[in-house]
Design a protein around this ligand. Structure first.
Ligand SMILES: [Zn+2]
Length: 209
């Protein structure tokens, strides 16, 4: 597997440069983009895309827009992994917008209620709803599902080198916010935790031990 380090420019809306408080968990995502061209390299380019800043004199801050004028859609992960490579898009001690899903103030001090403002209890218990301040975020590319197993192998290899530690939890984005992510690891038609996720997590954690 080729590992590229290509950081999004500091100050870009998707790379605020805020330091992580500490790493409590690895959060797993799937890109849900099935186009063959939606590789790790493509996702890095997309996350670092052009934007517009317009000063808002009412709030005394910049509002951020897409180049087409629509409100900017924030997002990101520390790393995107596909069947043959991985691209690291931000230093691993910085915050990315991986699993907050709601901007402040909703993320902070929300009651301990399942599903409150799109946050599950676990997000409150582990992170006080400041999910992005305590997590590494890993995106698994879904552009070639025929090679999904290869993507998973690469992910395990990547984590062993760059994001090790059995002291960290491994959680799905779904576990924090109910978003169906990574979709190949979330089957809501069954009561038990998706066995595909259980198997991957077990494999990962034994590789880390
Ligand atoms: Zn996700």
């Amino acid at each position: 597997m080729v590992i590229n380090e290509k950081f999004i420019e500091l100050g870009h809306p998707n790379r605020p440069g805020i330091k992580l408080k500490r790493v409590i968990a690895r959060i797993w995502h799937g890109t849900a983009n099935f186009n063959l061209s939606a590789t790790d390299e493509m996702h890095e380019k997309y996350m670092g895309r052009k934007f517009k800043k317009i000063w808002n004199s009412k709030t005394n801050r910049y509002d951020i827009f897409e180049v087409n004028g629509k409100p900017f859609v924030f997002g990101g992960a520390h790393v995107y992994i596909d069947k043959d490579s991985a691209t690291i898009t931000a230093p691993l001690d910085e915050v990315v917008w991986g699993c907050g899903d709601r901007q402040m103030p909703y993320q902070i001090h929300t009651p301990n209620i399942e599903g409150y403002k799109g946050q599950r209890k676990l997000a409150y218990t582990l992170f006080n709803n400041m999910n992005n301040s305590y997590t590494w975020n890993i995106e698994l590319c879904m552009n070639d599902m025929n090679n999904w197993d290869k993507v998973l192998d690469n992910a395990i290899e990547f984590v062993k080198i760059y994001m090790p530690g059995l002291d960290k939890y491994d959680l799905r984005h779904y576990d924090l916010t109910n978003k169906i992510c990574p979709s190949p690891f979330v089957n809501l038609k069954i009561k038990e935790v998706d066995p595909r996720w259980v198997e991957f997590r077990n494999r990962l954690r034994s590789a880390l031990s």
